[in-house]
Design a protein around this ligand. Structure first.
Ligand code: ASP
Length: 336
């Protein structure tokens, strides 16, 4: 009896821990995830074969998130891991495959936000951090700051033992060709390819992450919308998680990601109504090269809204549904 009484507190703790873990992993709550791989004008070079390649990678990326969410991972870890995959994939304008600025240098921006506590981290204009989203996550987790830039961000990343690479690492043949055209003045603008991920986990937490090389041929230390919290990236458990892509200056001026959440919060718009209002009624009239957003709300509703010819995108839901799309109107469910 005595022995039992001594052990009782331990037994109770073990039962509580087991039960809370069991309850979490087997929660009946929905989860949902959406990713984008950039928006822009649909290039004539976008053949069905190329679309197939993009779709393959988009489905692979979203499947990483699907597996993690099914296993009970938190959305903040999921969005980071999925963006890691997209940063390492040379097809996209983030990490390996990032565009060059006017001086032929890759300068990358990234941000991550946790909607459960409104914590956020971002880096801008970094030249040697292999996975900028990992640096953004550490800014959020281990500093009192939100945004670190350039050499300071690199010094921070080194102090945290993140992988550092030569600037040449980010280059691909495609980007070299694009840069040559820009130098000749025969190409100007935004090839798209920024990457982003938003997710709702089974605990009801919303998170967003976005990573980019920015606008091709950008000048003088230009920073886009991606690392500006509220512009290209935002998450709040009370409303939605949003990641943007497109003509970043417009996203900054319209504070796009926050504006969508604000419409939901102050005017009780649905996520879909809010995203459509901001992209078509506020961004489209401004001209520029446009773009889009992905979003997920606290109930697992998702949006993929864009005013361009193309936005690489994929989604998955706890119902088992997986879908993908590249061109306007071509999205399809690949798994029910
Ligand atoms: N929004 C990014 C930027 O302006 C570019 C893009 O999404 O294509 O830096």
């Amino acid at each position: 009896m005595n022995n039992f009484l001594i052990k009782l507190p331990l037994i109770i703790v073990v039962i509580l821990l087991t039960q809370s873990g069991y309850a979490q992993i087997n929660s009946s709550r929905n989860w949902a995830i959406v990713i984008h791989g950039g928006a822009g004008a649909a290039p004539t070079s976008m053949t069905p074969e190329k679309i197939e390649v993009y779709e393959k990678h988009l489905i692979e990326a979203v499947s990483i998130g699907k597996k993690m969410l099914n296993e009970g991972y938190k959305s903040i870890d999921v969005v980071q891991k999925v963006v890691n995959y997209l940063e390492d994939c040379p097809l996209f304008n983030a990490g390996k495959g990032a565009v060059k600025n006017i001086d032929g240098i890759h300068e990358l921006d990234a941000a991550i936000m946790d909607g459960s506590n409104l914590k956020a981290g971002a880096v801008a204009g970094v030249r040697d951090i292999k996975n900028p989203i990992n640096a953004a996550r550490l800014v959020m987790d281990s500093t009192v700051h939100v945004l670190l830039i350039g050499e300071g961000a690199s010094a921070f990343a080194k102090s945290k033992n993140l992988e550092i690479v030569d600037n040449k690492y980010f280059s691909t043949d495609e980007r070299e060709k694009e840069y040559t055209k820009i130098r000749k003045g025969s190409e100007n603008g935004n090839p798209g390819g920024t990457v982003g991920c938003v997710a709702l986990d089974i605990y009801g937490n919303l998170s967003a992450a976005t990573s980019t090389g920015g606008m091709s041929g950008k000048k003088w230390g230009r920073v886009g919308d991606v690392p500006i919290i509220g512009a290209g990236t935002y998450a709040n458990n009370e409303t939605a998680a949003i990641s943007g892509t497109g003509h970043g200056e417009l996203w900054i001026r319209r504070v796009v990601a926050f504006d969508i959440c604000a419409l939901m919060s102050y005017k009780s718009y649905s996520l879909e109504e809010a995203a459509n209002e901001v992209i078509f009624k506020k961004i489209s009239p401004m001209g520029g090269s446009g773009g889009g957003v992905i979003g997920v709300d606290k109930n697992g509703n998702i949006v993929m809204v864009f005013n361009t010819g193309l936005m690489h995108r994929a989604w998955a839901k706890s119902s088992g549904e997986v879908g993908v799309g590249v061109l306007k109107g071509d999205e399809r469910v690949v798994k029910k």
